[in-house]
Ligand binder design. Structure first.
Ligand code: DSN
Length: 489
């Protein structure tokens, strides 16, 4: 029996003894992922070693502080794991400093923001006042520093141009802690306009120029961004959550490698990097002391079991096989985007440089929401996404976001990408929006309800099943056995 399967089985037996419904849902999630092709650009399949590293007694341990400097006794083994994880990150990305405790990318960004505020705003203010011990500050001086901290500018990529919610989006805390400005993509090309950004940076004069995206299909010239940041004395921060695996795997090099140009880089660990769900901060030594205080700055305590899983995943990412994987992710994305173009689909910017692409589905008379639902019915899991300047807004959207990290982990290659493009076309071109029957919008076309030709539906479902049968999700796991023992309704 495969060791990964033995580990899973033991885990599920224990879970089922206490909460059989939870064990059943875990097995049914495996069944779901075996039956549905994952094209969500931000998801992946981490290794069983990574998953199993999270399921142990490390979750019982408190370990505030950093290795060899903890606020709890008995942290020797957590120290060893966390120090090892940090070393793996430094080898992987070539950074001066690594902090592996953030629970998520959002936490990592908050820690990075405050580390920059403390290093570039609070510490100079304290030096100016010649204050060695901040606890001795007068209330007036502290109020003046708080006012400075609360009035800094952030210039990040607009959410509707592909930036992330935590990059200054109106409803995120980042837009409340900063005076937040955003830059977008060029309306005609859909590409970043570096000249316009330079002009905007000169006008805004931000403390932080922030780059990174959740839905931008092109490589970013970080050398250029660093020059823009330097010209306005801003800190260049890059959130590489989406493309960290492409950086780790050497796909993004030189001008396109943020590690060579940014002061502070954040990431998640579970997207192209293929680790457990979590966050990560890397920085120049100038910011290291403040970043290491991420707990208690933002987080209440590290998650040692997740840090163990990160350590396993970083070890995997340091292997030559991971380079091959990262290159295949990008190659598959390029082939899929071109195949979509060849099928007549409207691919934003005409293609991709990374692991994701955006498709405008409005040419089929439907919204992104309708396309997402119909594709899921046919066995393809992906998400709708607004396009820049989207008239359908963020709920219905005009677009789909498609990524190749997951299907590449399954081992799919160029011919499978062409098959996926053909299935996408088959479904999208056989959909019609329903007419709203009653209420104030009666007679108008629905943005949510649709019909799909049943023959196209069945053919698409069969083609997806054929693909997944050839490239099963977690092939080490004996699904029929697990369903028989844990999954019965
Ligand atoms: N939710 C992630 C994504 O899908 O891109 C980003 O946090």
């Amino acid at each position: 029996m495969n060791p990964g399967f033995i580990g899973y089985l033991a885990n599920l037996c224990q879970v089922a003894e206490v909460a059989p419904g939870v064990a059943k849902s875990i097995v049914q999630e495996l069944a779901d992922q075996r039956q549905n092709l994952k094209l969500i650009a931000s998801e992946n399949y981490c290794s069983l070693a990574t998953q199993l590293a999270m399921g142990n007694l490390l979750t019982d341990k408190y370990a505030e502080g950093i290795p060899l400097h903890r606020f709890y006794a008995g942290c020797d083994n957590v120290d060893a794991i966390e120090a090892y994880a940090c070393e793996q990150v430094k080898t992987l990305f070539g950074c001066e400093h690594a902090y592996v405790q953030p629970h998520s990318g959002a936490d990592a960004n908050l820690i990075a923001y405050w580390a920059i505020l403390q290093t570039r705003v609070e510490m100079p203010a304290l030096r100016e006042l010649d204050v060695k011990d901040p606890s001795k500050l007068s209330q007036d001086d502290w109020n003046a520093i708080r006012s400075k901290l609360g009035n800094q500018r952030l210039l990040g990529m607009d959410y509707y141009s592909g930036g992330h919610l935590t990059h200054g989006y109106r409803h995120n805390v980042s837009a409340m802690m900063f005076d937040a400005y955003t830059y977008g993509v060029d309306k005609a090309s859909g590409l970043l306009d570096y000249d316009a950004l330079e002009q905007q940076a000169k006008e805004v004069k931000p403390l932080i120029l922030l780059a990174g995206y959740s839905a931008y299909p092109r490589a970013i010239d970080f050398r250029r961004l660093r020059a823009i940041a330097d010209a306005v004395d801003a800190v260049l921060m890059v959130d590489m959550a989406h493309f960290a695996g492409l950086v780790a795997g050497g796909v993004f090099e030189g001008d396109y490698n943020p590690m060579l140009h940014a002061h502070v880089v954040t990431s998640t660990t579970h997207k192209t990097l293929r680790g457990p769900r979590g966050g990560l901060v890397m920085c120049a030594s100038e910011f290291a002391e403040a970043v290491d205080k991420g707990c208690p700055l933002v987080i209440g305590g590290p998650l040692p079991h997740v840090i163990a899983a990160k350590a396993v995943a970083f070890t995997e990412a340091n292997s030559p096989e991971f380079k091959t994987y990262a290159q295949a992710v990008q190659r598959n994305a390029g082939v899929l985007a071109q195949a979509c173009v060849d099928e007549g689909l409207d691919v934003a910017t005409g293609g991709t440089d990374n692991h994701l692409m955006l498709i405008n589905v409005t040419g089929f008379g439907i919204t992104g929401r309708q396309a997402e639902s119909a594709l899921r019915e046919c066995g393809i899991t992906l998400n709708r996404n607004s396009l820049p300047y989207d008239p359908n807004g963020p709920w219905y959207t005009s677009g789909l976001r498609i990524g190749t990290p997951g299907v590449t982990t399954l081992g799919m290659g160029e011919s499978e990408m062409r098959e996926i493009a053909a299935v996408l076309k088959l479904v999208l071109s056989n959909m019609t929006p329903n007419t709203i029957e009653s209420g104030p919008n009666a007679g108008k076309l629905s943005k949510a309800k649709y019909s799909i030709d049943p023959h196209a539906h069945d053919e698409a479902r069969a083609r997806v099943t054929a693909l997944l049968d050839r490239f099963p999700v977690y092939p080490e796991l004996d699904l029929p056995f697990l369903l028989e023992h844990f999954g019965a309704s």
